[in-house]
Write a protein that binds this ligand. Sequence first.
Ligand SMILES: [Fe+2]
Length: 242
Amino acid sequence: MLFELFKTKLPEGFFQGAFDMHSHLLPGVDDGFPTPEKTVEALTFLHQQGVKAVKMTPHFMKDYLENTRETIEQKYKAFVSDRQAAIPLELSLGGEYMLDSCFPDRFNEGFLTLDKAGTKVLCETSYMMMEPRMREMLYDVMLKGIQPVMAHPERYQYASKSLYHRWKQKDYLFQLNLFSLAGAYGEPARAKAHQLLKEGMYDYVGSDLHRLDNIADKVRAIRLSKKEIDALLLLMENNKAL
Ligand SMILES: [Fe+2]
């Protein structure tokens, strides 16, 4: 495509001072990092890229019923105290909440939110279909003064342009997965990510890191226009305000 010629890689030092607000770095609790050693390796890598702070957002969903606020807080505290000397950046704990049958229980015990004020919670749906009770669930959440941040909306195969607009009208916030821009989740998600970014639909950006793998290659594969780079920088600023 002709327009691709005008796109560039992310500039050197792009992640200096960044806050990654979505990651699966808490070891051994979901499909993310399996061991404390692997987590420390990843934190060290992120630190070397200039990342200043990372939020661990483990999955809360029916596939991991053992993940409750209490068990996750215990595991987070144990990891931080065991590995304190090897942790090179600021860490904090949040969660990524699947809108499924266990969501009401997680809501009742209190969310691990994205922000210190406790007003923003990271939510996701399945990629294939929207949870039928999603609207009611999130209505209850918003009544308590908590705003849902929809994780990686570009990945939802069922989501149309009009659905994205309906979500925004309801004041749901959107979080871009950085590597969607590199095509890490396929072409449809890549195209949607670029479109939503250009339209100013996103509020935050996160890595959603599950493993280190070929992360440097994925970063190098991102190609953005000047306008998209500016939009991404704004999202990174929003992250810092959480
Ligand atoms: Fe995630």
